[in-house]
Design a protein around this ligand. Structure first.
Ligand code: NAD
Ligand code: 13P
Length: 354
């Protein structure tokens, strides 16, 4: 029987965590999946040792997920093209500023029958407008791609503390016998500590995941000012309104339930604003007045707060489209992050846009 071979493209904090999950599941569902999972590692050398070799010998990603034992059927591969060779299922999981280079390298090496899931939280913005990252992957590589997103702080999931997630995987038009379905992806990711619900709303799930990072930055800014939980809740309330509106204006989708009822929606907004890297970085920037580069270098050891990248991209998109006034929280977050807009002005600003 044809079993699906799986590669995880990426090995950061979340990349390694999802690779652990997937490797655990293929070892259980051996009739459906090949029992070995490959994980592409952007190679780096730590104290004279290659990270990929450390992972393969010590079964631990000591830089991006220290202290968590990885399954021995998870194989780190530093060469990107070799890592995906012969795999039918690809799990993309890298910070989104690296995605375009990765796709360029993979172009021409992947069969159109291959299927993918994007675990990235971000959007692709260029002069033409905005695209979902799953659509970007489809456009670059010619493969169907769904999305996984939810209230999933990687350090908690890695320790097998209970959480839920959302997978959006509508079947492609060129679906063929033996092709992966939403159920296949669910089998690949569902664990007793990681519950998966499958939906069809790729746009809602993706936009919620991307924009909550920007909202969390703003939540971090008010946290850093010492304003407390009520202020943070106010930011979150405005945030979810703009997330839903963004989905409607740019993708003509209005499935409110994705935002209100799925893990990818309000649940992820809450968890990220409570303890994500974005809120921590925003908080420290506001507290110390230091730049994002300094704060990331101090707090994140090579990981990235995606909200900064997304805030900038959304600003240029909204400016190009003449829609800055429609998304005041997203815009003011950009201004606070990049242009020194004084956070103390927030209440007065909110008064104006009420
Ligand atoms: P991360 O923030 O840990 O980033 C580090 C990774 O980036 C490492 O694997 C590193 O090797 C890689 N990297 C550094 N420079 C690179 C380069 N030039 N080219 C390619 N790769 C390079 O990454 P992450 O936490 O795995 O995040 C991946 C995605 O998952 C992001 O979109 C993030 O928003 C999302 N996400 C993260 C979490 C979380 O809690 N960490 C949870 C859910 C979703
Ligand atoms: P941060 O990137 O802010 O850590 O958020 C992680 C996340 O996506 C939680 O679901």
């Amino acid at each position: 029987p044809n079993r699906f071979k799986v590669t995880v493209v990426g090995s950061g904090n979340w990349g390694t965590t999802t690779a652990k999950i997937v490797a655990e599941n293929v070892a259980i569902h051996t009739n459906v999946f090949d029992p070995e999972v490959r994980m592409w590692v952007f190679e780096e050398v730590l104290d004279g040792e290659k990270l990929s070799e450390i992972i393969n010998t010590r079964h631990e990603n000591i830089k991006y997920l220290p202290g968590v034992k990885l399954p021995s059927n998870l194989i780190a591969v530093p060469d990107l093209v070799s890592a995906v060779e012969g795999s039918q299922l690809l799990v993309f999981n890298v910070p989104h500023q690296f995605l375009s280079r990765i796709c360029k390298q993979l172009k021409g090496h992947i069969s159109s029958k291959v299927r993918a899931i994007s675990c990235l939280k971000g959007l692709e913005v260029d002069d033409q407008g905005v695209r979902l990252l799953s659509d970007y992957i489809t456009g670059e590589l010619g493969i169907h791609c769904g999305v996984l997103s939810g209230a999933n702080l990687a350090p908690e999931v890695a320790l097998e503390k209970y959480s839920e997630t959302t997978i959006a995987y509508p079947l492609p038009e060129n679906h063929y016998p033996g092709d992966a379905t939403g159920e296949t992806w669910q089998m690949l990711f569902h664990r007793p500590y990681f519950h998966v619900r499958v939906v069809n709303d790729i746009a809602g799930v993706s936009i919620a995941g991307a924009l909550k990072n920007v909202v969390a930055l703003a939540a971090g800014f008010v946290e850093g000012k010492g304003w407390g939980e009520n202020a943070k809740a106010a930011i979150m309330r405005r945030g979810i309104i703009e997330m839903i509106k963004f989905c409607k204006i740019f993708f003509n989708k209005n499935e409110i339930e994705t935002f209100t009822q799925e893990s990818a929606g309000i649940a992820d907004l809450i968890t990220t604003c409570a303890a994500g890297r974005n809120v921590r970085v925003g908080s420290e920037m506001a507290r110390s007045g230091r730049s994002v580069e300094e704060v990331e270098a101090e707090l994140l050891n090579g990981q990235s707060a995606q909200g900064m990248v997304t805030a900038k991209e959304i600003h240029s998109l909204l400016e190009n489209k003449g829609l800055l006034d429609e998304f005041p929280l997203l815009e003011i977050t950009y201004q606070m992050a990049f242009n020194g807009y004084d956070i103390d002005n927030l209440p007065a600003f909110f008064e104006k846009i009420r």
